[in-house]
Design a protein around this ligand. Structure first.
Ligand SMILES: *Cc1c(COP(=O)(O)O)cnc(C)c1O
Length: 392
């Protein structure tokens, strides 16, 4: 085949077209709809944190390449945060790596830790970068589907166990879980940990919503469970915790060996990123507990506004105990196809949402589910709820 006959996009990425977010955001603009599709806040984070970034820029902190592993101030602040919140101790020099958001941390971890053909067991529905990152690393994804059970999405522990084969290299876990809003329980996480120890698997755990848990639910980092610290790569991010998703400051905490491996891939992706923002995030992580508690409570109130509106509009609303998102079932509205529903929703009600099927390999398992983001101002959520009432 000549190069003109050969597809430009390689085989590893061929299945990943433009993300649904581009299509839905364009639809939101062209129809004047309220965009509850993509998960980003419509208000910025704390003023003092924004000012810290301005100060860093003015004072010339981070305007040139920062150190590869991240600026020492931020690595120290990340280690202190893990210690203070969870009693996990990490050496800021050897066990912490700053990345260009959690997205780069996930990609670098998979690129570093997988050989071609290695299997990755991941919770389905997936955050949208997982499948592409596994593919870029030459791995094979093996989904374990979270299913509704008594009003929330839960992990079937037998299915998880059955998904592990001799080719499995790692488990890719996400809690609090996007898009279902589920927070894995201690029992579920203990089963994950026991399986990882028994089968000697690595675990990559995406905990970017660690501070957004509701109704008294507890976020339990996998690394705190027996036998896990030495096999777990924990990923965090400032984007979701401080409402600065454009800053792209994320991090990895793990053993020196695992951090060194992830850094080997990361250094050839971005090398470094977000210099001045790293200083600002170091200050943000040291904010008093009151910041985190108020932020959590505000987000819970937003969840309540949107959940009530969706219930009134006739959706089945699953319990959201974490994240920015509510997953709904559209079948009570007489609908079965989330794609068709989301494409028509802007015309019908002036609201944009995301069909969960895009986050599944088993598309049919996700067909009736639709995700709404509630990380928006209360008045925006109230207006969206008002508009959605037209559906019932
Ligand atoms: C938003 C999000 C990310 C990406 O975080 P960045 O720091 O913006 O790269 C990763 N994982 C999940 C589950 C997310 O929702």
């Amino acid at each position: 085949m000549t190069s003109s006959e050969r597809p430009l996009l390689n085989r590893r990425l061929a299945e990943f077209g433009t993300t649904i977010f581009a299509e839905m955001s364009a639809l939101a603009l062209s129809t004047g709809s309220i965009n509850l599709g993509q998960g980003f806040p419509d208000t910025d984070g704390p003023e003092e944190v924004r000012e810290a970034a301005v100060r860093a820029l003015r004072e010339g902190h981070g305007n040139q390449y920062p150190p590869g592993p991240g600026v020492p101030e931020l690595r120290t602040a990340i280690a202190a945060h893990q210690q203070r919140r969870y009693g996990l101790s990490y050496d800021p020099d050897a066990e912490v790596l700053v990345t260009a958001g959690a997205t780069e941390a996930i990609a670098a971890a998979l690129l570093a830790l997988l050989e071609p053909g290695d299997e990755v067991v991941a919770l389905e529905p997936y955050y949208d970068s997982y499948a592409a990152s596994i593919a870029m690393a030459g791995g094979t994804r093996v989904p374990v589907t979270l299913r509704p059970d008594a009003g929330a999405f839960r992990l079937d522990l037998d299915e998880l166990r059955a998904a592990v084969t001799p080719r499995t290299r790692l488990l890719l876990i996400n809690t609090p879980h996007n898009p279902t809003g589920t927070v894995l329980t201690r029992a579920e996480l203990t089963a994950v940990a026991e399986l990882a120890v028994e089968r000697d698997l690595l675990v990559v755990t995406d905990e970017v919503y660690e501070h957004l848990v509701y109704d008294g639910a507890e976020h339990i980092p996998l690394a705190t469970l027996p036998g896990m610290r030495e096999r777990t790569v924990t990923i965090g991010s400032a984007g979701k915790t401080f409402s600065f998703t454009g800053w792209k400051v994320g991090w990895v905490t793990s053993t020196p060996e695992l951090v060194t491996a992830v850094r080997s891939a990361k250094q050839f992706l971005t090398y470094v990123a977000s210099g001045p923002f790293q200083y600002a995030v170091a200050e943000a992580l040291a904010l008093p507990d009151a910041y985190f508690e108020t932020f959590r409570r505000d987000m819970q109130t937003k969840r309540d506004i949107l959940a009530a509106g969706l219930t009134e509009a006739g959706f089945e609303v699953y319990d959201t105990t974490g994240t920015y998102f509510i997953t709904t079932d559209i079948r009570p509205l007489g609908e079965t196809d989330g794609f068709a529903f989301c494409r028509s929703l802007p015309e019908r009600a002036g609201v944009v949402a995301i069909p969960n099927a895009v986050f599944y390999d088993h598309r049919e398992a996700g067909a009736p589910f639709v995700r709404f983001a509630f990380c928006k101002r209360a008045e925006v959520l109230k207006e969206a709820a008002e508009r959605l009432r037209q559906l019932s």
